[in-house]
Design a protein around this ligand. Structure first.
Ligand SMILES: *Cc1c(COP(=O)(O)O)cnc(C)c1O
Length: 492
């Protein structure tokens, strides 16, 4: 099954797409065709554990990998999760369900893919004849950096260097990063903001001299960002897994199906749900939930994507995004594979800040997607309501989804069961969750976690408690113009 670039017709294999990350023409790799699953495939899933479900999903999506080798990778990737189901589905009242994706080492859904990606990438490198070490460079505003550090930690043939803005991430996020263990991990604070760090990393990828120096050290650069096919494909697995669980437990009927509501930033997670639907999963509507950065809500409602608006910092920071990079894959679908059209929209976004899709594309999008948003006030109210009514503790990102699904049901009258996706542990955002429940907190994030635990009786994950006492292992700081030297120094 070849992968095509959204901006050109060239087809590559899955291993090549994973090693490259982004296509040479700047496009994203999309599958030229998708498998057609039947109810029997979901029945068969019910007897498999999560790693086996993930391996089978990936064998359907990625050519060039055997199910057996994928299973070995998935067993290694998901061994460190703190729930035996890896991605359990919990029931709330009113035929609402929650798919929990935060049981990995960094307590956010990025682990579902970033624990798997290093295995896929090293195998893909071998298959494409790449013998150099893969040096991952990443700039982070918080969650992705730590998930990449944990994913690539001690994976042979790789190293990972994460740059974060000094003073620009939360205290817990900084603590998570500077205490990272592993022989091949490097963490550097940049004197600048996130954009400086991001721009610096992009400049290194484009710097021929820097690449030559890395090559002389036997290293080739790669990135772990969310447009990599090796991050998208593992995310499809949990949607198929959740549907299989709901069917086998008799919570939903095959004919009736389920709506899926995803708290969205870069459009990666919800795109995986769309692929699952396209492959034949019994998923009906996809509900795209945003915070006050509601660019996707407007796009789904009007067919106009317009990033010319104020950027809001919210209590769901991983969704504070105005340019949803993975949307390009869905645009390719809306354009019915017309790469020139996709390219034109992306150019318009860059130069004018906006583009509009055709009326027929808009109608097709609206038949599948519903867009809604919740501001911080509605998000906090959602945390409190779900705790009061269902005894379920949700983090602010999850609470955005739980708020928007109520709006959807109210607006549409659609009684179909809904699966809301939970993307982070409430204990990753203890202070905001405690505040939403009216729990008064003084002190740091760890005090907030303790207060929240006392108030709710929901145990905090061990990873949160351990973090407080872990030793700091990374103290390097660099000027924003000297990130290349910082990378090289890490290998000295
Ligand atoms: C990254 C992230 C999201 C957004 O996911 P996208 O794939 O970018 O849409 C939502 N919630 C949390 C906690 C995240 O870390």
């Amino acid at each position: 099954m070849p992968y095509l670039s959204t901006r050109g017709a060239e087809g590559v294999s899955a291993p090549e797409a994973i090693v490259r990350g982004i296509a040479p023409d700047g496009g994203l790799y999309v599958p030229a065709s998708l498998p057609a699953l039947t109810k029997a495939d979901f029945d068969a899933f019910a007897a498999l554990d999560y790693p086996a479900r993930a391996a089978r999903t990936l064998s359907w999506l990625l050519d060039g990998f055997s199910e057996k080798e994928l299973l070995a990778m998935a067993r290694a990737a998901y061994a460190r999760f703190d729930d035996p189901a890896v991605a359990p589905v919990k029931a709330l009242s009113g035929r609402r369900f929650v798919l929990e994706l935060f049981h990995g080492p960094t307590l956010a859904f990025k682990d579902m893919a970033l624990q798997m990606l290093p295995h896929l990438m090293t195998a893909a490198a071998r298959k494409t004849g790449e013998e150099r070490e893969i040096a991952i460079l990443t700039a982070t505003s918080g969650d992705t950096g730590k998930a990449a550090l944990e994913g690539f930690r001690d994976i042979a043939g790789t190293s990972v260097t994460v740059f974060y803005p000094q003073g620009g991430v939360s205290a817990v996020q900084e603590k998570q990063m500077v205490t990272s263990q592993g022989r091949n991990v490097h963490v550097v604070a940049v004197k600048g903001n996130f954009d400086d760090a991001q721009t610096g990393v992009k400049a290194l990828f484009a710097d021929a001299d820097f690449r030559r120096e890395m090559n002389a050290l036997g290293k080739t650069l790669s990135s772990a960002n969310s447009i990599n096919l090796g991050r998208l494909a593992p995310q499809v697995a949990y949607y198929l897994s959740a549907c299989a669980d709901l069917l086998s437990r008799g919570e939903i009927a095959w004919e009736e199906g389920v709506n899926v509501c995803v708290p969205t930033g870069n459009f990666g997670n919800i795109l995986a749900a769309w692929y699952a639907r396209r492959m034949g999963a019994p998923i009906r509507r996809l509900i795209c939930a945003s915070n006050r950065n509601d660019v996707l809500t407007d796009f789904i409602r009007t067919g106009v994507y317009d990033r010319r608006r104020d950027f809001h910092k919210t209590i769901s920071p991983s969704m504070d995004i105005l340019i949803s990079s993975n949307l390009e894959r869905y645009l390719w679908e809306l354009a019915e594979g017309d790469c020139a059209q996709v390219h034109a929209w992306m150019e318009q976004l860059k130069t004018e800040g906006a583009y509009a899709v055709s009326e027929s594309a808009k109608a097709r999008m609206r038949a599948c997607f519903f867009g809604g948003f919740a501001d911080d006030k509605a998000t906090a109210a959602s945390i409190a309501r779900v705790w009061r009514q269902d005894g379920y503790l949700s983090d602010p990102h999850t609470a955005v989804a739980l708020a928007v699904l109520e709006d959807y049901r109210h607006d549409s009258g659609d009684p179909t069961p809904i699966l809301a996706v939970s993307t982070a542990s409430p204990y990753k955002f203890s202070a905001d969750v405690a505040a939403a429940l009216g729990v008064s907190v003084s002190g740091d994030a760890f005090d907030a976690a303790r207060a929240l635990e006392d108030h709710t009786g929901v145990p905090a994950p061990r990873a949160v408690k351990e973090l407080k006492t872990l030793p700091v292992l990374h103290t390097r700081v660099c000027e924003k113009g000297r990130m290349g030297e910082a990378v090289l120094r890490g290998f000295a």
